[in-house]
Ligand binder design. Structure first.
Ligand code: KIV
Ligand code: ZN
Length: 388
């Protein structure tokens, strides 16, 4: 099995489905360019049939972004698929991503179709799309809650029609890592032509397990594409977060042993751009991109990190785009961290006794103020020299 993992970003499609996250055409192009810099393999740029604005945005991105495959979502019908193909005409590499729900609940209550009708529509849509574009992804919506036997019939049929990627969504974020991983594995084992397609995972975060489920889909299930979004943006509790899943695979290469095209040093800029455009604030303790992700506040940790960064850092802040890690000075900081900051600020105190006095004043201040900024330290040291 290939060790190449495809990163499929759907910030501009599933991410935009997040209530309040709608983006202008220009903003979408800016994000798409940043995703290209990040070396994302596939950018799902939108859902062409959903609105003229989305069609235009996909078209513009297809004409502008040349290094990534550009994809449009389409329901499993000829009209949606033709719209997607039209929007993608200018792309160097185009993908149509077509989907139809396969769970009993969705088929009966939402689509009001019988399983045989759904199977036929899936088959016909992939056949139709395949005549327009070579790269076809098929998703059984609510796949994780679908009947196994029926799902196998549908997926075998669409692979036979030429689907090149099979994406198995956990549409409502119901999966548990081990179960989801084994689910993908079982599908791949049971479907006779399964090795003709690349298997993909698409996990929602309703129970906070989208990243864990995606990783299990890769490790236990053998999937080789992960669908994800910047900052985990997406419907309800969001999608699998790109920065987390990518850094988990990079940091634990010893376990996953996979290669990716991603250039991680553009992650932070992508996160900030998406946050600024959508107005969705990134929580400070968010892994990888949160303001505190590489900040050290306790004295013991600061001392450790100043001696050897590996003591409390499993990845380098610089590798994901931060200028460096951050020693946050506050009441928990130790003398060592304080002294280091004095040096960084170019402050040369005459003797260790002076350092001790300044440190005592700093501790006093830190009891009154939650974070001590460089300006506070400067003021404190200037006061100190003035009093001599
Ligand atoms: O969550 C989902 O099922 C989807 C599909 C359209 C792939 O986003
Ligand atoms: Zn989704």
């Amino acid at each position: 099995m290939s060790d190449k993992l495809i990163i499929f970003d759907t910030t501009l499609r599933d991410g935009e489905q997040s209530p309040g996250a709608s983006m202008t055409k220009d903003a979408k192009v800016r994000i798409a360019r940043q995703l290209e810099r990040l070396k994302v393999d596939v950018i799902e740029a939108g859902f062409a049939a959903s609105s003229n604005g989305d069609f235009d945005a996909i078209q513009l991105i297809a004409n502008t972004v040349k290094d990534s495959t550009i994809c449009s979502l389409a329901r499993a019908n000829d009209r949606d698929i033709s719209r997607a193909a039209d929007a993608l005409k200018g792309a160097n590499r185009a993908r149509i991503h077509t989907f139809i729900a396969t769970s009993a609940l969705h088929m009966e209550k939402k689509l009001r179709m019988t399983p045989d009708q759904v199977l036929e529509q899936a088959r016909q849509s992939v056949r139709y799309a395949r005549n327009l574009v070579g790269d076809i992804e098929f998703s059984p919506e609510d796949g994780y809650r679908s009947d196994n036997d029926f799902l196998c019939r549908v997926l075998e049929a669409v692979i036979a029609e030429g689907a090149t990627t099979i994406n198995v969504p956990d549409t409502v974020g119901y999966a548990i890592p081990e179960l989801y991983g084994n689910f993908i594995k079982t599908l791949r084992e049971r479907i006779p032509n399964s090795d003709k397609a690349i298997w993909s995972v698409h996990c929602h975060n309703d129970l906070g397990m989208a990243v864990a489920n995606s990783l299990a889909g890769v490790k236990l299930g053998g999937a080789r594409q992960i669908e994800c979004t910047i900052n985990g943006l997406g419907e309800r509790a969001g999608n699998c977060s790109l920065e987390e899943v990518v850094m988990a695979i990079k940091t634990r290469k010893d376990y996953f042993d996979l290669t990716m095209n991603i250039d991680a040093k553009h992650i932070l800029a992508a996160s900030r751009m998406v946050s600024q455009i959508t107005g969705f604030v990134v929580q400070p303790n968010k892994a990888v991109v949160g303001a505190n992700a590489f900040a050290h506040a306790s004295g013991i940790h600061q001392d450790g990190v100043l001696k050897a960064r590996d003591t409390y850092e499993i990845m380098r802040a610089e590798d994901v785009g931060w200028t460096n890690n951050k020693i946050v000075l506050g009441k928990l900081s130790g003398r060592n961290a304080f002294k280091q900051r004095l040096q960084e600020l170019g402050i040369q105190l005459e003797s260790e006794a002076e350092v001790n006095t300044a440190f005592a004043k700093f501790k006093e201040l830190a009891d009154r103020k939650s974070e001590i900024f460089d300006e506070d330290i400067l003021a404190l040291v200037i006061d100190e020299s003035a009093s001599h």
